[in-house]
Unconditional design. Structure first.
Length: 70
């Protein structure tokens, strides 16, 4: 009986470790996805700023060209 209880305890202990490990891996994966999403938003903001700057520069060049042609 003691042997059976020991084996049962050992089996439950090992299965609990797997469950905890799976939970930890899922949490780490979730944190990684959050970080990737944050970096993607930052990259999007940088690209938008670059586009805005390029549009503004093009508008200034157009205005300068129009002023020079008059």
């Amino acid at each position: 009986m003691i042997r059976l209880m020991s084996l049962l305890y050992l089996a439950l202990s090992l299965s609990a470790c797997g469950i905890a490990e799976t939970g930890a891996a899922a949490a780490a994966g979730g944190a990684s996805e959050v970080e990737q999403a944050r970096q993607a938003k930052q990259q999007e903001a940088r690209v938008q700023q670059q586009l805005d700057a390029a549009y503004q520069q093009a508008a200034q060049r157009r205005q300068s060209a129009e002023a020079d042609s008059k």
